[in-house]
Design a protein around this ligand. Structure first.
Ligand code: GCU
Length: 475
């Protein structure tokens, strides 16, 4: 790693104008390559002394943190698009960067691993949510050694905006045996986050936070948590239905599954809200039936209510949804606050004895790892090979969503779920004061949601576990 050439920025530290190499013409245009040497460069210089670059050269970032290359790229359509950075790193250490789009943080600490030589060029691919038309994509070195040598950025906004996203790859889901399968009929595990109650924490579910969730965290699924009581839907059905419509569109733009959560909690009998649920889900299903990414979660946590009442509720509501959206997957909360009855002194046997008379459904289970140890874990492990299960909530803390994190027991659950390809959404994507809210208090007032500096310990932990690579078979 030569450090002899402390270079001045081009044109006295300012920049050269960005130029497009190829102009995208239509939605069917091929991926477009933007050369780094034509981009705006700060604290770096254009060179051509290492062979193998495309265009007329590459950008050598100064060996300082804060230098950047800023590309002006055109997206044919708004949405999540793939970005492929071609680079060389002839050192022995990663050269991480932060990526912003139009000034907002998109991906933090994107790794540029060693390539073996300065003449060996490789590609790092990520995604970003772009506006239709012109966008500024700035790639800023964060380490003292600066960035890698930057050759080009190729943006694929050619096909559907979400082609390389979880929804783009997996398409319409269906229940296959006890698994959730993708359009290739292969079981997949979805991992993502649940919002907190929209009546309290809608400020945490906005452009910058959803961009971070999709691109920086790499989430597959957003659970949209709409309470019914507790100041939620029943106080203003129009307002809350419209909020959910909007969040479905936002998840769709970013290629994430949208899990529409009818968050009944108090009272515990979902039949109390059956008429409301019919109205709400009819409109949701009618509006979004042509999308492939909608999942219906029709009862969050039934409690102190027998399984027979929950089964009856489901058998009345599911046909109403299916009348609009014939192939949407439906999730149903189980008795005892989605514990297969354990928290109500019952067990999964109630469900096994009398499953819901419907197809394409999954039963949900919630756990809070500091409260729910072996009794819950054992109930889960006894049940998952017998009926389809999805974890629509879990926390690393106690069932209050607060208290000390039990990461060891949480890991035991997640390892088990990964082995079984059982999907999950973690509670919760807010800056509430409790330890289970991933963001530090006050984060949602701002526009910086990526990286770990904004996260509480539970957030750092779960982001890592959402960020690890997906396994989405396509054949
Ligand atoms: C060497 C190499 C440069 C590279 C630099 C670095 O000087 O020739 O192309 O940018 O190391 O460490 O960044």
């Amino acid at each position: 790693m030569a450090r002899s050439r402390w270079l001045v920025a081009l044109t006295g530290g300012a920049a050269v104008a960005a130029t497009l190499v190829l102009a995208p013409t239509a939605a069917t245009a091929a991926p477009v390559r933007y050369e780094a040497e034509n981009a705006v460069v700060s604290q770096g210089v254009v060179e051509s002394n290492h062979a193998g670059f495309t265009g007329s050269g590459f950008v050598n970032y100064n060996n300082v943190s804060g230098g950047y290359v800023e590309y002006t790229v055109t997206a044919a359509q708004a949405g999540t698009h793939s970005l492929a950075f071609r680079y060389a790193n002839g050192t022995t250490a990663n050269r991480p960067v932060n990526v912003t789009v139009n000034g907002a943080s998109s991906v933090s600490a994107l790794a540029f691993p060693v390539t073996g030589a300065w003449t060996t060029w490789q590609t790092v691919t990520t995604s970003a949510t772009l506006a239709a038309g012109s966008n500024k994509i700035r790639v800023t070195a964060t380490g003292a050694e600066g960035g890698p040598n930057a050759d080009s950025l190729t943006v694929d906004s050619s096909g559907a905006p979400v082609a390389n996203t979880p929804v783009g790859i997996n398409g319409q889901l269906h229940v296959c045996g006890v698994k959730l399968c993708n359009q290739y009929d292969k079981p997949i595990q979805l991992r993502g986050m649940s919002t907190h109650g929209l009546q309290w924490y809608a400020q945490c579910v906005k452009t910058a936070s959803l961009d971070a969730l999709a691109n920086d965290w790499g989430a597959d699924i957003l659970r949209i948590s709409m309470y019914i009581q507790e100041g939620g839907y029943e106080t203003d059905p129009r307002k809350y239905t419209d909020m959910v419509h909007n969040y479905i569109e936002e998840a769709t733009k970013r290629g994430m599954y949208a899990l529409v959560d009818w968050h009944q909690l108090t009272p515990g009998d979902p039949n109390h809200n059956l008429a409301r649920a019919k109205t709400f889900f009819t409109e949701i299903a009618q509006r979004h039936k042509d999308k492939v990414n909608i999942i219906y979660d029709i009862a969050n946590e039934p409690n102190e209510t027998p399984w027979s009442a929950i089964k009856s509720y489901a058998e009345q509501l599911i046909p109403v949804i299916r009348a609009q959206d014939a192939n949407g997957v439906v999730f149903l909360g189980t008795h005892g606050w989605a514990s297969f009855g354990v928290s109500d002194g019952r067990s999964e046997q109630d469900i096994l004895n009398a499953p819901v008379n419907a197809t394409n459904i999954m039963y949900t289970f919630h756990f809070y790892a500091a409260s729910h140890h072996d009794e819950y874990f054992n109930a889960l492990s006894r049940t998952v090979d017998r009926i389809p299960v999805f974890i629509t909530e879990f926390g690393t803390q106690t069932s209050s969503g607060d208290g000390t994190n039990d990461f060891a027991y949480s890991q035991k659950y997640l390892d088990f779920l990964a082995g079984k390809k059982i999907g999950w959404t973690n509670w919760n994507f807010s800056d509430d004061f409790r330890s289970g809210a991933v963001f530090k208090t006050g984060t949602c007032a701002g526009n910086n949601f990526s990286g770990t500096s904004v996260l509480k310990p539970a957030g750092v932990w779960v982001r890592d576990r959402i960020k690890s690579p997906d396994d989405f078979p396509t054949s």
